[in-house]
Design a protein around this ligand. Structure first.
Ligand SMILES: Nc1ncnc2c1ncn2[C@@H]1O[C@H](COP(=O)(O)OP(=O)(O)OP(=O)(O)O)[C@@H](O)[C@H]1O
Length: 254
C-alpha cells in the first residue's frame, strides 16, 4: 500500500445553494497515477481545482503530505485542457514565464531534457500559433514539469486533441512518469485513457459529484498494445462503463 501524497477528505463544494461536490474522499498515493472519471458536470474540475488549492471547499479538507492545502502550492503543478501559452511569447519564453513570477531559478538542463523528451528540441524559438495543438500541449506539460512539482494535476489535458495525438500524448505521459515518478492526478472523460494511464481510477457520479467506485488497474508498464488489447483490459473497460451507465443497454429497440 502506497503512502498518501494527496488526501481528499470529505470534500464538499457548494456554489450558493447548488452542491457541486458532495462528501468526496479518496487519496492519491506517492508516485501514483490516479484518473478521475465521470460524466459531464459531475464536479471533476471543481474537485481538481480544490486539490490545487484554487477553490476553497465548503467543508472537508485536502491535505498534501498531511498538511491542509489552503491555497496554491509550489509543490502542485497544473495542466489544463487548453495549453494557455502566451501567444506573443516564443516557446522558451512561455516555459520560463512561471519562473519570472515566482523568482525561482530555472534548471536549464532539466528544461532542455524535458523539451527533448517531448520532441520539442529545436522549437524553443517557435511562436505558439505556429505549433499544432499536440505540440502546444506538450509545451504546457514541459512548462509545468520544469517547476519540478511533487504532484501534477491535469484537467482533461488531451480532451481537445484528435484521437491519434491523444494516444501519443498518453504514451508520452507514461514515459515521463516512468522516468520521474511524479505523483499525477488527472481528469478524463475517456475510460480508455484512464485505463491506459492510471494505477487507480476514481469514478464520480453526478449530481452532486461523489465517489461511486475506485478501480485498481493492476497492469504492468509500459502498457503495450498487446496489454491494452488483452481480455483483462476489455473486462475492466466494460466494468467501468457499466458502473457509469448503470448497466448495459438491452438490444431491443425503444
Ligand atoms: N463558479 C461556479 N458557480 C456556479 N456553479 C458552478 C461554478 N463552477 C461550476 N459550477 C457548476 O458545478 C457543476 C460542476 O462543474 P464542474 O465544471 O466542476 O464539472 P465537470 O465534471 O468538470 O464538468 P465537465 O466534465 O463538463 O468539464 C456544474 O453543474 C457547473 O455548472
Amino acid at each position: 500500500m502506497r503512502s498518501a501524497k494527496l488526501e481528499i477528505d470529505g470534500a464538499v463544494k457548494a456554489y450558493g445553494d447548488f452542491v457541486a461536490l458532495s462528501d468526496c474522499s479518496f487519496s492519491v498515493g506517492r508516485n501514483e497515477i490516479v484518473a478521475i472519471l465521470g460524466p459531464s458536470g459531475c464536479g471533476k474540475t471543481t474537485l481538481l481545482w480544490s486539490m490545487a488549492g484554487l477553490h476553497e471547499l465548503t467543508s472537508g479538507e485536502i491535505r498534501l503530505d498531511g498538511v491542509p492545502v489552503t491555497g496554491p502550492r509550489p509543490e502542485i503543478g497544473l495542466v489544463f485542457q487548453e495549453a494557455n501559452l502566451l501567444p506573443w511569447r516564443d516557446l522558451d519564453a512561455n516555459i520560463h514565464f512561471p519562473f519570472e513570477i515566482t523568482g525561482k531559478r530555472p534548471d536549464h538542463g532539466l528544461i532542455a531534457h524535458l523539451l527533448d523528451r517531448v520532441g520539442l528540441s529545436g522549437f524553443e524559438g517557435a511562436m505558439p500559433g505556429t505549433l499544432s495543438g499536440g505540440m502546444q500541449q506538450r509545451a504546457a506539460i514541459v512548462r509545468a514539469l520544469a517547476q519540478e512539482p511533487q504532484v501534477l494535476l491535469m484537467d482533461e489535458p488531451f480532451g481537445a486533441l484528435d484521437a491519434f495525438t491523444r494516444e501519443e500524448m498518453n504514451r508520452l505521459v507514461e514515459d515521463i512518469w516512468m522516468e520521474a515518478r511524479t505523483t499525477i492526478a488527472f481528469i478524463t472523460h475517456s475510460i480508455e485513457e484512464a485505463v491506459f494511464l492510471a494505477d487507480r481510477i476514481v469514478v464520480l457520479t453526478g449530481r452532486p459529484g461523489r465517489v461511486s467506485r475506485i478501480h485498481e488497474v493492476d497492469l504492468p508498464r509500459p502498457r503495450t498494445t498487446e496489454i491494452m488489447a488483452s481480455r483483462e483490459v476489455f473486462d475492466l473497460n466494460a466494468a467501468i462503463k457499466a458502473g457509469i451507465t448503470g448497466g448495459h443497454r438491452s438490444g431491443k429497440a425503444a
